[in-house]
Ligand binder design. Structure first.
Ligand code: ADP
Ligand code: MG
Length: 255
């Protein structure tokens, strides 16, 4: 993979829904190894951008280059396999499956064995199954959920469910992780834990794009921040620059 300074280049993205320009010629470059914040009032286009980056929406115009390769026109699973993982704004776990099983689902793509081998429990499948369980347990430990591995996801406290989603996204072994409002609905201690996990992920060399409403979270963990308002990028910079930016203050107070 390319090791250039930018892992992702968002180039003049236009996303139109009928007459609405949800994203209007947005340019953002994301430096490898950083936590990049994406903020803006409700309806400013943040989740739409996530959906463009992960192939759920095909932009009306513009390009997105991940490690110098265009992702526009690729399917969501092709993009995931190429190294972009995400969590969603709303929890999307398999409630009746255990925490461990939710991770195993995320790992399943990397199995080499075919369904025939799986159904006959042939040796290669069993080997892969046991190494997958090992890896899944490692991921649960990474987010502090190892003691809850066999709990059904629906029985986990909300904050733990959000952590499980992050672990499941990491199971894809991504180079870029997109987090859509991971702190929404979390208690203060949960948020502290989340910040620790985000920093640990970055320290493993994984680049993060963080959409977040909690300004203290954004300001404390992001290396750089881009601000959207009505689908346009109105500001970009480090936390102190964003906090003192007149357009940003106006967008939040005026919205
Ligand atoms: P944010 O995540 O910043 O709150 P969104 O990206 O969800 O904002 O939405 C940006 C704008 O695009 C909103 O006006 C929203 O209603 C509109 N929008 C998003 N997705 C669609 C869609 N699939 N069809 C029509 N309008 C959409
Ligand atoms: Mg959103």
């Amino acid at each position: 993979a390319d090791k250039g300074p930018n892992i992702l280049n968002i180039e003049s993205i236009l996303m139109q829904f009928g007459g609405l320009k949800a994203l209007n010629l947005v340019d953002i470059s994301i430096k490898r190894g950083t936590v990049h914040g994406l903020i803006g009032p409700n309806g400013s286009g943040k989740s739409t951008m996530m959906n463009v980056l992960t192939g759920i929406y095909i932009p009306t115009a513009g390009d997105v280059k991940f490690e110098n390769q265009s992702v526009v026109g690729k399917t969501s699973s092709e993009i995931a396999l190429s190294g972009i993982a995400r969590t969603f704004q709303n929890v999307q776990l398999f409630g009746e499956m255990t925490a461990l099983e939710n991770i195993l689902v995320g790992l399943h793509h990397s199995f080499e064995s075919n369904l025939f081998e799986v159904s006959l429990h042939l040796p290669r499948y069993l080997r892969e199954e046991s190494s997958a369980r090992h890896r899944a347990l490692g991921l649960l430990k990474f987010v502090g959920l190892e003691s809850l591995a066999n709990e059904e996801a629906r029985n986990l406290p909300y904050g733990k469910q959000r952590m499980l989603e992050i672990a499941r996204a990491l199971a894809l072994d991504p180079n870029l992780l997109l987090l859509d409002e991971p702190a929404a609905g979390l208690t203060a201690p949960d948020i502290k834990e989340l910040l620790t996990v985000i920093r640990k992920i970055r320290d493993h060399g994984i680049t993060i794009i963080l959409i977040e409403h909690h300004m203290d979270v954004v300001m404390s963990v992001c290396d750089k921040i881009s601000v959207l308002d009505f689908g346009e990028k109105i500001a970009e910079g480090v936390a102190s620059e964003i906090q003192s930016n007149a357009k940003v203050i106006e967008a939040y107070l005026g919205g």
